[in-house]
Design a protein around this ligand. Structure first.
Ligand code: NAD
Length: 262
């Protein structure tokens, strides 16, 4: 299948490692040009170099803390300067701190709103003029299976990712007439630094070893193991490709069957 991504321009936020990096790499393998945005310039430069070397595609980067409005503006300035167009936006961000209701005061709620929901609003706002210029676009939001089944001890993530999902569904209706398709991909347990960190926190809280935590989690997954970033990226990239012409407003769980909800 031709994904129709050759020479398309893709912006991937929080793209220096983990799921964002895997998605950016898969786009580059399909011949797309990629702009990576994340906070750490050195890490970004290294990731961009490695993806370009592996795929032969053009990979640019911009250092930006995407919880800040000015940073989002700077990202689009760089997209304009380097590529002058945009065809696909992949929104991703670092995960909010783990904790329960009693752990957080207003300041953390406010900060998480900026970093994990308002960032998506601002990124979409910045992408639309580019999409309108080329007469269409694709948006893929990376969230979590918590959009279907809230996860214990992750109250901030549960709340704001549900917001992204509702935003994406609304946008899919508003933007379909313009040829802009909007979908959400929800990872379950894909082996990245974030999952290692969460397993470590659980191990510390329960007195289990990290291996025991992982084995326990794997028992909840019908496929019997954590997913790989590449497995995650293949689904995300199809949804955010030009081979996808009829799927919009969907939230696809990439979780090895972990969530039991219909
Ligand atoms: P990760 O920790 O491996 O990578 C996170 C990325 O976010 C890094 O590139 C980091 O530099 C970037 N980042 C963090 N804060 C940022 C900011 N303010 N501005 C710009 N960039 C920032 O995490 P991951 O596993 O790749 O997960 C990506 C997202 O998916 C996270 O929000 C995570 O909570 C969520 N998620 C992941 C899984 C999974 O299975 N890995 C499951 C559920 C949800």
């Amino acid at each position: 299948m031709d994904l129709g991504l050759k020479d398309k321009v893709v912006l991937v936020t929080a793209g220096s490692r983990g799921l964002g990096r895997a998605v950016a790499t898969e786009y580059a393998r399909e011949g797309a040009k990629v702009m990576l945005a994340s906070r750490n310039e050195q890490e970004l430069a290294k990731t961009a170099r490695e993806i370009a070397a592996e795929t032969g595609s053009q990979v640019e980067f911009v250092a930006a803390d995407l919880s800040k409005r000015d940073a989002v503006d700077a990202v689009y300035a760089k997209v304009g300067e380097r590529f002058g167009r945009l065809d696909v936006l992949v929104t991703n961000a670092g995960g909010p701190p783990a904790g329960t209701f009693d752990n957080f005061e207003d300041d953390v709620w406010e900060q998480t709103f900026q970093a994990n929901l308002l960032n998506v609003v601002r990124l979409v706002r910045g992408a639309l003029p580019y999409f309108r210029q080329v007469g269409g676009g694709r948006i893929v939001n990376i969230t979590s299976t918590s959009i279907k089944q809230p996860i214990e001890g992750l109250i901030l993530s549960n709340t704001f990712r549900a917001g992204i999902n509702a935003l994406a569904k609304s946008l899919s209706v508003e933007l379909a007439p313009e040829g802009i398709l909007v979908n959400t991909v929800a990872p379950g347990r894909i082996a990245t630094d974030r999952i290692t960190e969460l397993d470590g926190l659980r191990a510390a809280a329960t007195g289990l070893t990290q291996d025991d935590v992982r084995v326990g989690n794997e028992r909840q997954i019908p496929i019997g193991r954590y997913g790989t970033p590449d497995e995650f990226a293949r689904t995300a990239v199809f949804l955010g490709s030009y081979a996808n012409t009829y799927v919009t407003g969907q939230a696809v769980l990439i979780d090895g069957g972990m969530v039991r909800a219909l």
